[in-house]
Design a protein around this ligand. Structure first.
Ligand code: AMP
Length: 242
């Protein structure tokens, strides 16, 4: 797989313009690491407001492809349904296309990426020569708590908005506050799939923490307490890095 990533990085300029060369070194790139259900998406939405950076979630981008029934959506459906990782080349092509959009010029918040060491290496390659050094914040939550959180989660099949039956229910049961779409449980939020996703996380994504730790760019935060307490801890960790 590594040879593919290297070849992919070399061929990247052929997909279009070289990725945003201007002011790259001033770009703030924040990576949110943590198991599925650790609260990365919720915290990313809060940080997005504070820092004025776009929230880029590879999971959301992939689900958008599923909803729109694109060719990529067809290719990735079975991976998402089984709780397994989508192959690196597909995710990298999708993500790097997204990073070329104008709103990423100042920087961005990554949620759910990188999930493998090969993805982390590809991201470093993407920034090579521009001097951007992403900061990784890992939100730590026990597996037991994750299972409790994810089994109550539901999302809108039309717009993707996320609710929780206990912690943040929609105003009308089963109906999206934002667009009145139908709320459904994601296939990958069923308990058996959650257990698989946690195994995949421990095996394939935890090494990504060591990748950033070895570069002095990892901060670890507990995500066990409230959303507010986690947000405060994240902001403190970020203020120490700037
Ligand atoms: P998430 O919403 O981040 O939990 O992602 C949902 C699913 O999308 C994951 O279980 C994977 O199947 C897929 N996915 C999201 N991000 C990635 C990634 N960076 N690499 C591979 N697969 C991913």
């Amino acid at each position: 797989m590594r040879w593919f990533i290297v070849a992919f990085m070399m061929l990247l300029p052929l997909f279009g313009e070289a990725p945003l060369q201007e002011n790259m070194e001033n770009r703030k790139v924040i990576i949110l690491l943590g198991a599925p259900g650790a609260g990365k998406g919720t915290q990313a939405e809060l940080l997005k407001e504070k820092y004025g950076l776009p929230h880029i979630s590879t999971g959301d981008l992939l689900r958008q492809h599923l909803r729109q029934k694109t060719a990529l959506g067809e290719k990735v459906k079975s991976f998402l349904d089984r709780g397994q990782l989508v192959p690196d080349p597909l995710v990298l092509e999708m993500l790097f296309a997204r990073l070329k959009e104008a709103d990423s010029a100042k920087g961005f918040l990554l949620d759910g990426f990188p999930r493998t060491v090969a993805q982390a290496e590809a991201l470093e390659g993407y920034f090579q020569s521009e001097g951007v050094q992403p900061i990784a914040l890992s939100i730590e939550v026990s597996d037991e708590k994750i299972i409790r959180r994810l089994t109550g989660r539901e999302s809108c099949e039309a717009c993707g908005a996320v609710y929780h039956a206990l912690f943040s229910p929609a105003r009308v049961v089963g109906q999206c506050d934002r667009c009145s779409g139908k709320l459904v449980q994601r296939n990958d939020d069923k308990e058996a799939v959650i257990v698989e996703r946690l195994q995949v996380y421990h095996k394939q994504t935890e090494p990504v923490k060591h990748f950033y730790q070895a570069r002095g760019r990892l901060r670890t935060i507990s995500g066990e307490a409230s959303i507010e307490a986690t947000a405060t801890a994240l902001e403190e960790a970020l203020s120490q890095t700037t």
